[in-house]
Design a protein around this ligand. Structure first.
Ligand SMILES: [Ca+2]
Ligand SMILES: [Ca+2]
Length: 244
């Protein structure tokens, strides 16, 4: 049985026991570091160029989701900082995604708006811009037919390498293309705007259509690639079970 009080007393009085404990602690600390070095360059494997199969999964961290009514010609501005995350600096943030969905709230009002006289709605345009430092992207969508959805993605690392076999690069160079090295930290600005259009009726005097804007449901997500779960291996390494 392990007796804490007895062990502490021995540590104070028995120098050889103390030395043994310290030596054990030293090796427990040093061995993982030694093996990590061996795996990541001690044998030169990081700089060897070969055909490497690169595999990894993107993960998403949602910063916000909400539904807001945006009036015609107006822009909803959202800003976020990665400081709200506990451990942003330990995450490899490679991009940001804003996804939006929307319906159509257009109304036909008047004395003779029944049936076919009310005409048809005209599509609204929902536009979004995402900015993070010098990285930005934008995209439009429309609610033709009564609903729509679109998303805007901005990605600053070469995640297209995932799921492919890469030739002409070393493992180190591949990791270099996937590692954001803190580029994902900081401020994010999202702008979502609506340009509303009202359609025509078949009875313009007795029935009018109106459209004030649109209700947009949005979700803002950081795109994260955990490098610890990325494997970079030649076919031979994959067969023998060894991974980067
Ligand atoms: Ca409309
Ligand atoms: Ca509308």
């Amino acid at each position: 049985m392990f007796d804490m009080a007895e062990t502490l007393e021995r540590l104070q009085n028995d120098r050889q026991f103390l030395a043994t404990v310290l030596l054990t602690m030293f090796f427990l600390a040093i061995f993982p570091a030694y093996f990590a070095m061996g795996g990541s360059g001690g044998d030169g494997s990081m700089s060897a160029v070969a055909d490497y199969k690169v595999e990894g999964e993107l993960e998403y961290i949602e910063l916000d989701n909400a539904t807001e009514y945006i009036f015609d010609g107006e822009t909803l501005e959202l800003s976020f900082t990665t400081e709200v995350l506990d451990d942003a600096s330990s995450k490899n943030i490679v991009g940001v995604e804003v996804s939006m969905s929307y319906g159509e709230d257009e109304e036909a009002n008047g004395a003779s708006c029944a049936g076919p006289l009310q005409g048809q709605s005209a599509a609204d345009t929902i536009s979004a811009t995402t900015t993070h430092n010098s990285y930005n992207g934008s995209g439009d969508g429309q609610n033709s037919g009564g609903s729509g959805a679109h998303s805007v993605e901005v990605i600053w690392q070469n995640v297209s390498l995932l799921g492919t076999t890469v030739s002409g690069l070393s493992k180190g160079e591949i990791i270099d293309q996937l590692d954001s090295k803190g580029a994902g930290e900081g401020e994010y600005l999202i702008e979502i705007g609506v340009t509303a259009e009202a359609g025509n009726t078949n009875s313009p005097i007795a029935c009018q259509r109106s459209d004030d804007g649109e209700e947009v449901t949005y979700s803002v997500k950081l795109i994260v690639l955990d490098l610890d779960n990325v494997t970079i291996a030649t076919e031979l390494e994959t067969e023998t079970g060894e991974e980067a």
